[in-house]
Design a protein around this ligand. Structure first.
Ligand code: ATP
Ligand code: MG
Length: 496
């Protein structure tokens, strides 16, 4: 009998201590289709992919791929069978170059003795990356690349493997419009070659743009599979969240107070030039633009992470020059960094410890942490942000990607700081929890704080910001008030 499905997963079950991650999931993938998996943070999407590629073992269920049963398989078996994966968490080795990362485990050899043919590898990698339109330094250790560049290397690595099914677990989370177009081009090309793609994303508009069918996950179960053309955004959200969302962007107009931050003629060689703007209490100033336009660098300069070469920062009316992030923190600033894995979270610590990490001073009397209060605060965060965890004492590395994000965001939402700099605050977070984060931002504004929000997500920028500063190639291209901002106007400023 002809097997109509390239992949069929039936009755897949997986338990972790205290968590039933998958409860009998079915998933069927047709040859040459792009199949979206959507669902709340912790719904089980990544777990299902890990079982598929043999990175973890199912407790029950059956996997048939390309006419063969896959059972007790290793990641190597899956790769040989033709299954590739782009993991949600980067799997690059930080001290190896892009080339070495791409060919790790499948080195091109020169002869029977197995000498690595580094010239050939370099050439192949260069061709692969340029065919993807990616320009990066091939020889530096990948730890020096930006988050977006790492993501592109990750994609190139998966594409170098001649797969017939490619699972992409949130490949777009760190990309902006330009790179996203590139990714979609690649996916269309794969599809034309008959290759199937499993596409996981929290950006629902991508599902409509690139996917043929969609499966919605909810709480460890697949609740529905439909052709994308038969459903709409509201339908997806309702299936995902289990209720309809009254408002995706619950913007509250807050009266604007005094000037909190002023940046004048700020420059840093190689990063940005002559950047000037003010930010007032009670407002969200969005800083947007393409990846690499200098947004994160400006934030880091304000925060004392990389000192500017020229220009002046004023905080609460006084000129300041923070020598370190620690100094900025003491003065009343907080920075939620873009690269959470290396700069925000301590994976080996518990949810409670991570949430209260920089807020312990507020929770302590004479140096003693008020434990009861600490627990109450953490539990409230877990409820308000829907952090899916068996308890506040769970180790953070066991949470799903999006729930790890929520933990860091919770920490900064609790912070005593007056100026909060959020770099991509809702990246990888599901629609329902996003709306809760926006509610909490509203509360911060009402309390007279100010928010500098770096974001690549235009709907979020348009939905939540009071003013929108657009950067282009290290310069401030313009600032749009909320009422005048449109997607087209922002893009026109962002792209030369
Ligand atoms: N190694 C592990 N140990 C304990 N629990 C785990 C482990 N891996 C996953 N889980 C739990 O399984 C559930 C499903 O997680 P999974 O990562 O599959 O979610 P997801 O749908 O990919 O979410 P996200 O959108 O946040 O990436 C979560 O509750 C998670 O905490
Ligand atoms: Mg995931």
């Amino acid at each position: 009998m002809v097997q109509p499905f390239l992949l069929s997963m039936r009755g897949i079950t997986k338990r972790y201590p205290g968590v039933e991650a998958l409860k009998g999931v079915n998933l069927e993938i047709l040859p040459g289709e792009v199949h979206a998996l959507v669902g709340e943070n912790g719904a089980g999407k990544s777990t299902l992919m890990k079982l598929l590629v043999g990175a973890d073992r199912a407790d029950a269920g059956e996997i048939v791929f390309n006419g063969r049963v896959l059972a007790g398989h290793t990641t190597r078996d899956a790769r040989r069978a033709g299954i590739g994966i782009i993991y949600q968490e980067f799997n690059l080795i930080p001290f190896l170059s892009a080339v070495d990362n791409i060919f790790l485990g499948k080195e091109r050899t020169r002869n029977a003795f197995g000498f690595v043919d580094s010239r050939r590898q370099r050439k192949e990698a260069a061709e692969l990356l340029s065919s993807l339109g990616i320009e990066i330094d091939l020889d530096v250790p990948v730890k020096y690349l930006s988050v977006a560049q790492k993501q592109l290397v990750e994609i190139a690595k998966a594409l170098s493997e001649q797969s017939i099914l490619l699972a992409m677990d949130e490949p777009s989370a760190t990309l902006t419009t330009r790179e996203l177009d590139k990714l979609f081009e690649i996916i269309r090309r794969l599809k034309a070659q008959g290759i199937s793609v499993i596409y996981i994303s929290h950006r629902l508009e991508e599902v409509f743009e690139i996917c043929d069918r969609v499966t919605v996950f909810r709480d460890g179960m697949g609740v529905a599979t439909r052709p994308v053309c038969e459903v709409n955004r509201e339908w997806l959200i309702e299936r995902m969240v289990g209720r309809s969302l009254s408002e995706e962007f619950p913007k509250v107009e807050t009266p604007v107070g005094e000037e909190l931050l002023r940046v004048k003629g700020l420059s840093r060689a190689g990063a940005f030039r002559d950047v000037s703007f003010s930010l007032y209490r009670g407002e969200i100033l969005a800083l947007t633009g393409l990846v690499g336009s200098g947004r994160t660098e400006v934030a880091r300069a304000i925060f004392g992470a990389d000192p500017p070469d020229a220009g002046q920062v004023y905080f609460k009316g006084r000129p300041v020059r923070f020598a370190s992030p620690a100094e900025a923190t003491v003065a009343g600033l907080a920075l939620l960094t873009e690269d959470r894995k290396s700069q925000g979270l301590v994976l080996g610590m518990t949810v409670r410890e991570n949430v209260t990490l920089s807020n312990l001073a507020a929770l302590a009397t004479a140096g003693f942490v008020r434990r009861k209060e600490e627990r109450a605060v953490v539990d409230r965060c877990i409820v308000e942000l829907f952090i899916r965890t068996p308890s506040r004492e769970q180790t953070v590395k066991h949470l799903s990607g999006g729930n790890q994000q929520k933990v860091v965001v919770a920490r900064w939402l609790l912070s005593e700081a007056e100026l909060l700099i959020f770099d991509e605050p809702t990246r990888g977070i599901d629609v329902g929890a996003k709306a809760e984060i926006y509610h909490l931002m509203n509360r911060l504004l009402a309390a007279g704080k100010g928010i500098l929000m770096i974001s690549s997500e235009l709907p979020e920028v348009l939905g939540m910001a009071d003013r929108i500063a657009v950067m282009r190639e290290g310069r401030l291209a313009g600032i749009l008030p909320r009422a005048e901002a449109t997607q087209e106007r922002i893009m026109r400023l962002a792209v030369a």
